[in-house]
Write a protein that binds this ligand. Sequence first.
Ligand SMILES: NC(=O)C1=CN([C@@H]2O[C@H](COP(=O)(O)OP(=O)(O)OC[C@H]3O[C@@H](n4cnc5c(N)ncnc54)[C@H](OP(=O)(O)O)[C@@H]3O)[C@@H](O)[C@H]2O)C=CC1
Ligand SMILES: CC(=O)N[C@@H](CCC(=O)OP(=O)(O)O)C(=O)O
Length: 346
Amino acid sequence: MVIRVGIVGGTGYTGVELLRILAVHPEVSVSCITSRSEAGMPVADMYPNLRGHYDLAFSEPDVAVLGDCDLVFFATPHGVAMRMVPELMSAGVRVVDLSADFRLKDLDVWANWYGMAHESPEWAEKAVYGLPEVVRDEIRTAQLVANPGCYPTAVQLGFLPLLEQGLVDPKRLIADAKSGASGAGRQGKIGMLHGEIGESFKAYGASGHRHLPEIRQGLCGAAGGDVGVTFVPHLIPMIRGIEATLYAELKNPADFDRLQALFEQRFDDEPFVDVMPFGSHPETRSVRGANQCRMALHRQEQSNVVIVSSVIDNLVKGAAGQAVQNMNIMFGLKETMGLEAPALLP
Ligand SMILES: NC(=O)C1=CN([C@@H]2O[C@H](COP(=O)(O)OP(=O)(O)OC[C@H]3O[C@@H](n4cnc5c(N)ncnc54)[C@H](OP(=O)(O)O)[C@@H]3O)[C@@H](O)[C@H]2O)C=CC1
Ligand SMILES: CC(=O)N[C@@H](CCC(=O)OP(=O)(O)O)C(=O)O
């Protein structure tokens, strides 16, 4: 089987990461890559790392052309996919949307955070939130998958075993997360220039970030009820990577003794989650370019607080890699296909 793939938003960071991963995917042929600003330019002229892999040029987004694909990835800003998806759904095309258009089930909350009314409520309801470690079976048959956000991926995976087993106070969760600058995309923003972020480190969105409702939605599902979570993102002067340090209070401190085994069992069959030895410190460079989440547990003396350190590459397990993982599941391929390469280190 060869899957004919289209990518809307091929010039952005997640678009080019999709192209990098799909260049060596044995069951994929990319037939259409869109960009409004670079239409006509050969892909390899813009991204020399792809020379020899693609003969295609960027083209204007055209639903009629995309409608001939088996699967379309949206790697576009929020608000684009929701306008094009209904027509693609009618044409029988399957979609993995890397933006946040279909991630939230409460569309009032969505409208509040994204500053616009949702234009495809019917498909927002039908979309499957594509965190494979939670809903693999639903992804298999989904026509539309909402690919999770980068911070929400790192945070949800780290809290999952604790909440699923009801071992921690679900009302007092803290996620302290740090991201590299590629998380903000390629669109020029002064605040992302090297001269602005180099040799510096800051929190942002501490009064509220749009990933908070997404994290809350996922954690409520894992806990089977309401959760209270404080999430603060930080920007650090590196290109790729997210580290999330998670804190939760154990209801019964005696449970500490079984946490490592619990985490190892929970993710034992998961090809893209690695539980490291207790007390390890996972580094973002250990997942750079790889579709992996690595995590480790910690406990401080005389404390009932569990600390989980979780790292991903925001562009891979936090975006394009997870999107390809979802595609593999949707098309009945081996889930790891095209995603086996280990991280770049150093
Ligand atoms: N960067 C990251 O780490 C992550 C990003 N995401 C999400 O993935 C999506 C893409 O992110 P990223 O790659 O960083 O974004 P970029 O800003 O780097 O790229 C956006 C792409 O979308 C295209 N585009 C912009 N507006 C439109 C439009 N109205 N219609 C069609 N195409 C459009 C752009 O090309 P052109 O303007 O030429 O058409 C460009 O190719 C976003 O929703 C982002 O929030 C999710 C997880 C992680
Ligand atoms: C460092 C940085 O700026 N990160 C981005 C989040 C990454 C992202 O792309 O958000 P979505 O997954 O929702 O699309 C931000 O905080 O806005």
